[in-house]
Structure formats: C-alpha cells, structure tokens
Design a protein around this ligand. Sequence first.
Ligand code: BGC
Length: 748
Amino acid sequence: MSIRGAWKERQAAAVRGRSRFHRLGVALVVAAASFPPAQADGRMDVDTRAVMTERQMTDVERLQMLHGFMPIPQFFPEGAPIPTGIPVTAGFVRGIARLGVPDLLETDASLGVTNPMQIRLGDTATALPSGQALAASFDPGLLYEGGVVIGSEAADKGFNVLLGGGVNLARDPRNGRNFEYLGEDPWLAGTLAGAAIAGTQSQHVLSTVKHFAVNDQETQRSTLDARMDESALRESDLLAFQIAIEKGAPGSVMCAYNWVNGHPACNSPALLNDVLKNDWRYPGFVMSDWGAVDTVYAINAGLDQESGEQLDTAVWFDAPLRKALTDGSVRHERVSDAVRRVLRSMYALGLDQPRQAAPVNYVAHAALARRAAVEGIVLLKNDAVLPLDSTLQSVLLVGGHADLGVLSGGGSSQVTPVGPAPTIIPVEVSGAMTYMGRQLYMPSSPLRALRAAMPETHFSYVSGYDVEMAAARAKRVDMVIVFATKWQVESLDVGSLSLPEGQDDLIRAIVQANPNTMVVLETGNPVSMPWLADVKSVVEAWYPGQEGGLAIADILTGAVSPSGRLPMSFPKDLAQLPRPTIVGFGSPHQTAVTVDYSEGAYVGYRWYAREGKTALFPFGYGLSYTRFSLDQLQIKKTVAQHQPLHLTAHFQLRNVGARAGDVIAQLYVVSAQTRGTRRLVGYLRMPLDVSETRTATIDIDPRLLATWSTAHHDWVIEGGHYQFELANSAIEPGATYDLMINTLHLAP
Ligand code: BGC
C-alpha cells in the first residue's frame, strides 16, 4: 500500500478506535472488579490490559511511571541518576520491567529527531523544513510522510516517545516558535498536525501534540496568563488541538508553560479535565512541558505525568505525591487513572512489543525533505525574472551564507542534519534557553545547487557585510539574488518585523546598483519588505531544512513550479496587529503579565477581514509559474449516518497555463456567524498537467460552520444563508455557492 493509502486507512482506523473507546468507558467501570488475573494477551483490548497491569503495581511503581527527568549529565551538578546506556536526550521515564512495562525514552521531534547541543557525537537525523514550510504545502499526505520519516528514525535510534505535534496558532508574527508550528488557521494546522502525528505513530512510537494550549508567544511564556473567552478559545486554539487529536490520535498531550484564564495550563481543570478528558473523551495521558509544574495538585486538575522534573521546583509526582496520597488530598483512583492512561497509550502503539528493526533509508528521507521544502516555498512576487533564464551569463548571490547552506530555527526542535558538518554561529540568548544560542546552517548550499543546475551561467557569491563592495560587484552581473535571513529561537520573540543586521539597507543598495535584483527569504516568520516595489521577485523559502539549497534551486530554475501558499498573513507593519507591542517584551524574565487575546477566534486573515485591513500578503496567497482556474462549485447536502449535517463541496480545477504544477484550492464560508468575513472550511492540493481538468471534492467539517455556545455547551450552526467561496487566497474572489442551512446543534 502507498504511504498515502496507509494514511487514509489510518484515518478510518482512528475513527473506529475512538468509538471502541467510548463504549469501553462504560465497560471499564463495570468490569474493574471482576477481571481475570493479568496476562500479556495480545488479543485483549488496550484499556483492559492497562487496568490489569496497573492493578498489579505497588504504589512505588505507580509513582515511578508518573515522573521523568532529562538524562543530560550537564543538568545534574551533583551527579546524574542516569542508568547506563541511556542516551543524552529530552526525557526518560523508568518502566516496570517485572510487568513488561517499557521505559519511555523521549526525544524532541517537531522537524526531525533532535540531538540536544550535539552531545551525542556524530548522531544526525533527517532535518525537514520548518513547520511553516510544511504548512505552506497544504498537503496532509506530505506531513504524514514526514511523520513516517521522523518516527522511523527515532525508533531506529531507540526512542519511543516523540515530542512533536506542535499546533499552537500563529497569532503573532513575531513568535519565536512559529517556525515549529503550522500557521494561523485551526483547520489547516489541526489537519496537518493530525497527519504528522499519524505518520509518526505508524512507526510504533508515541507522539505528543503540544503545547496545550494558547502558548502563542514566547515572551514571559511561564508567567503569562492568556485570556480568551470560552467560545473564542473553542473556535480557535482548542479547535486546532481537537482536530489534531481526532485525526492523529496522539498517545500524549503536552500541556503548556503559560497560564490560561487564570490557571497554569498544566494545572487547569478546565483545560485538562473538562475539555480534553471529558468533552473530547481523550483516552491518552497528559505530560507536562519541561519545568511547567509547580504543585502536586496538578494531578487533580488532569496532569498525568511530570516531565523534565529537575527543571521543576520539586519532583512533585514523587515524594509530595506519596504524601498527598497518604493525607488523602490526592485520591488513589486518580493515580491509578493516570497510570492506566500511560499504559493504554503504550499498548495502543505497541511500545511494549519487541521492535523489528527496519533499516532506515536516509537517501529516501533526504528526497522527502527536498520535496517538502519545494512544496513549501512560496513565490510572493515575480516580475518575469523567474524561472531564471538559462541564457543568463552571470548571477551574483549576496548574503545569507548562501555559499555554505541554509538557516534553521533554534531551540529544542533543532535537528543536526544528515550530511557534511553544519556551520554553527554562536549567538547570545538570555534566560532558560541560553544553551540554544547557536545559529545552525544546514549544509545545503544554494550557490552549489544553482551552479549544478545551470552550468552555463556563472554564479558568484559575496557575503554583503561590505555593502559598497557588494554593490560594486552587483553592477557587473546580469542579475543579483539577495539571500536575506532572520533567525528565530525558542524562548525568544523578536520585537520587530524587520530583517536584522542592516539587510534592508543592503537590499536597497544592491537594487540601486542593479535593478535586476530578487530576494530569497529564509525566515521563521513574516518580515516587512520596505524594498518590495523595487525588487523583481521575492521567494519565501522559510527554514527549508537539510536539502534547502537544492529545493531553492529547483524553484528558481523552474525545475518545479512553485506551489506553496502562505499559512499565515504577512502584515504591512506592526500597527496592523491586534497587539502592536508584544505584552511583556523587554520586561525582566519571569514578569507576570496578562495577554488579552481580544481578537478571539478572529486570528490572522479573519482579523484583517474584520478590521478592514489589507495585509501585505494574505493567508493562502502564493504565485506559480502556471495558472489555474477553479470553478463549478457546488455544495451537496447528503444524509450520513451518525452525522447531523454532511456537506461536500464539488468543483473543477483546470491548469490554464503553459506548465505543469500543483494547485491548492481553498474553500471558505461566509455567513452571519462569521460576521460576513471568510473562514477556511477546506482545502486541497492537486497536481495538474498543462490543460488538464480534474474534478475534486472536499468534505466539510460542520463544526467549521458553527460557533461554540457556552449556554448549551455545544456547537451551534445558526439557521440561515451560507455562502461558500472557492478561492486562491483568503481575499481573492472566486466561484461561489449559496446554501440555506437549518439551525443545528453538534456535540462538543
Ligand atoms: C519545549 C518543548 C520540548 C521540551 C523538551 C520545552 O522547553 O517547550 O516543546 O518538547 O522542552 O525538550
């Protein structure tokens, strides 16, 4: 079966698995007292097995399963309690050997398997492009395959828990971690995260989804209280998680550093007990982010496992939990439930089964990394200079270390790529992530790749640090490509949208010297472009991963037509944002602040539409070397079992340009509920040859037509008139279809 086929199959299985669990919730209560003695019986369902194993444990064993530490010797000044053979990595939780319960060996894995500070000498892994690049592909199949790559490499290295699945919404284009996430729209981000998680877990390793919830800025991330009303929360950040969990069935949810509506996210009964475990019936376990627990009573709020315990103020789920059990402030049932949840996820994913080592094909993985980068590159502007003309005699590349490689984002997600040694430039970062102050350039040089792809053209390089010299060189060539970079790192937002280190001035000087200049951006976020009108073309390559140089060359030379679309809006300036200044920015580390997310569910393009603002580039935008027509939209209502409203969009896609390329169709709805503005309800990516026409369908999740009713505690679709629009971006006009829908309530 193809990987895409496997993904579809996996989706169906996830749905079947969920309904089994629902039935079992009832069965468990009845059966708990009368189970036969535990046995390692593969035919027994996972919930039953979890209960039976847990019942054989001592309290010491139970608690052992509920906390873990970072096996990094440098973090233990008084000597490390690290068992022999455990590699340096993000987390370790000791199992119970006598009951066949495996250790949990945890690695970060958002964009590839990480190697913290490269302490595991020589241990490399396939480095995929950044989350935004992956999201710009609008391609769940690609995210699934990326998940398979990461999951299989992790399994091969002996890890069984992957700390991936970042799905926090890009509410602020200055967030230092947006490059790990999947954009600003809950449906896009949720479906893509779900696909990535499913791909990872297909390799019999466990994936998280993180950081639950509203960890939408890094500034004061541990001391900020994110405020949002319940409806808005359900329709935006929580919806992204809900969809990712439904599609990916992750074994664990990682709760966030920040507070939400007055409670730390890892000690929030509203988030963990009420929404996640009750409303969504989530059967897996909640693990804390590293250093996010400050009380044993978080277990009563729904936290199941304390991670990275040496970063917390105490190892809360060890001695303090024992004491709390003795004095009755934490109930035994809660501890048993937490243990069962961990066991259930282990069993569901086969973590206790011996692994069949399948050899990892790093060459195939590199090819996938290249395809991912190609699919995610967004062509923002093109005044007829791209694809590069094969008759060009001389092209100068300026800046961005384009001779060496491509930039990547920093922090816990940093991957040490396969291939030659990367170039690392140390930089200062304050606070908890000081040790992550290293700009890593993946060794895939755009200069080398362009030379190989266009041997008849003379490509040269200059760093741009000497602006005058670069401008003088620019005068002597047919064309100039400036590589502009902006590094971002976990724990640190940036205060402005500008390119750093005088790069705006550099671009201006180069354009003055040679008007035939274009810009390639390697950034972890949108940037402002004061020179936009003066350059011939702009390509957003994000952090394109270990094959990034080749991917950039594929797009610039026209080997592949660009197809990526922006997963987040590019603002014109800070004044356009809901919060022109980042709350808490510039205040001392750990200052308590409140961020009022008053834009609520109107994130990104929905905010611009509601406020009547025009972004520099809208969500969903991206040019191509060919042209597509999207028409004949029809929305059909069908009656489906177990679904009160089943809507399917049918439409036609046609390549009306002169080259093959992939089209990305976006379906939006406009209704009274969306206050007359668009909301994404579906999307689809499809390859089309020249003149090829294909029909397509999209199933519409009815929750995307609804708002959350706090009064009824469910989703409500108000009766009325709905207009669907098939478009090329969040603002471009497109084919429309009108539909009347009656009032309807949908379960939480
Ligand atoms: C990050 C998590 C990461 C964990 C372990 C934390 O600082 O927020 O995303 O998984 O560290 O490295």
